[in-house]
Design a protein around this ligand. Structure first.
Ligand SMILES: Cc1cc2nc3c(=O)[nH]c(=O)nc-3n(C[C@H](O)[C@H](O)[C@H](O)COP(=O)(O)O)c2cc1C
Length: 219
């Protein structure tokens, strides 16, 4: 990467208008998948699923749900090259935890049975704390999904791909349109990816953030 990270975070921006004629290359699309899959999550619990729409019909299924209250976001979804719906698992079941553990074993992470059991104990401790004590397992899972959002936004910028994160949509309508609930997922946040239109007003506006003295404390 030739661009310095401090420049990158200031030049990336929320793209409000995409050029519908410009598409991600297959290599860029597969890098987007890697960013999502390899995002970190607490205890590697990976409580997510990602629906990626690149066909006009796939993007229309998502954009059509925005007609009612979120029409301002529909053109972003239609004109982007790829649209990712970041979904959260509805529940962190024992079956899911066993599946993650089996994958870690298949990937060669455990030298001994003791190491495998220790990993399962550790993950179950955290998961059960959120399930039964704090009773915020869903919220905790959503927080992991937002990490994938951050990974995706910075990663896309590093690749020279423009992005628009989108919370302005009706999750129930997207769940219905994509049949997510039947599969055990709920839509959490959407990201439209592609390349800016020449007339995107937001590309011309200066970046605005609170001053570092207000948001950073150095000890
Ligand atoms: C979780 C999240 C949801 C957002 N939802 C929308 C949205 O629905 N529509 C939109 O145009 N921008 C949306 N934004 C963009 C923010 O307004 C933008 O990130 C913020 O103003 C900072 O500007 P920048 O991304 O250009 O640096 C969202 C951003 C985030 C992180």
């Amino acid at each position: 990467m030739t661009t310095h990270l401090s420049d990158l975070v200031q030049t990336r921006y929320t793209t409000k208008a995409f050029d519908p004629s410009r598409k991600l290359s297959p290599a860029q699309a597969s890098q987007i998948e890697a960013l999502l899959r390899f995002s970190p999550s607490s205890t590697n619990v990976q409580p997510w699923h990602f629906v990626i729409a690149s066909s006009d019909s796939g993007k229309a299924r998502i954009a059509d749900t925005m007609a009612a209250g979120h029409a301002y976001n529909a053109p972003k979804v239609r004109n982007a090259s790829h649209v990712v719906v970041l979904c959260t698992r509805q529940s962190l079941t024992d079956e899911h935890l066993a599946r993650v553990l089996a994958q870690e074993q298949a990937d060669g992470r455990f030298a001994t049975e003791e190491a495998r059991a220790g990993q399962h104990r550790g993950r179950s401790f955290f998961v059960n704390q959120h399930r039964f004590e704090r009773r915020d397992a869903q919220h905790w899972a959503d927080k992991q999904v937002y990490l994938a959002l951050g990974f995706l936004l910075l990663g896309a910028a590093a690749m020279g791909v423009d992005a628009c994160p989108i919370e302005g949509f009706d999750p129930a309508a997207v769940d219905e349109a994509l049949g997510l609930r039947e599969q055990g997922f709920s839509s959490t946040v959407i990201v439209a990816l592609g390349f800016r239109a020449a007339d995107d007003f937001n590309a011309q506006l200066p970046k605005s953030r609170l001053p570092s003295t207000e948001v950073i404390t150095t000890l």
